[in-house]
Design a protein around this ligand. Structure first.
Ligand code: SF4
Ligand code: SF4
Length: 112
């Protein structure tokens, strides 16, 4: 199926053409696939926001319980990035295109 436009079409085009892109090329039923964010890796810079065609992500403040689960290095990294992280605000809209996984510079995203 045709994907809706991303916020950054050029970055999305590169992600779509990436040879390591996982997923089902938007053929998954919405909500069947879960995106998982590694909070210890995410730096909240928002490449995932720019490429996701379905608005799954926003960048915002890491939840206190997620912050508390980070190790010492993870906490320092999170603080260095003002506790910004990728929030899954429309997780059920994910159709497993896999573009966010290959667009993330920190390798913080995986599809389950
Ligand atoms: S998940 Fe990756 S692309 Fe998204 S904000 Fe975090 S580091 Fe950036
Ligand atoms: S895999 Fe899901 S969350 Fe990631 S860009 Fe595609 S639709 Fe968005």
């Amino acid at each position: 199926m045709a994907r809706p436009p991303s916020l950054n079409p050029e970055k999305a085009r590169r992600a779509a053409a990436h040879p390591d892109r996982p997923g089902e090329d938007c053929r998954a039923e919405p909500g069947r696939t879960r995106i998982v964010v590694d909070r210890g890796r995410c730096e909240g810079k928002g490449d995932c926001v720019e490429v996701c065609p379905y608005g799954v992500f926003e960048v915002g403040r890491i939840a206190d319980e997620d912050f508390a689960r980070l190790g010492v290095l993870g906490k320092l990294k999170s603080l260095a990035h003002r506790r910004r992280t990728a929030l899954l605000v429309k997780l059920d809209a994910c159709r497993a295109c896999g573009m966010c996984v290959v667009a993330c510079p920190e390798k913080a995203l995986s599809l389950r």
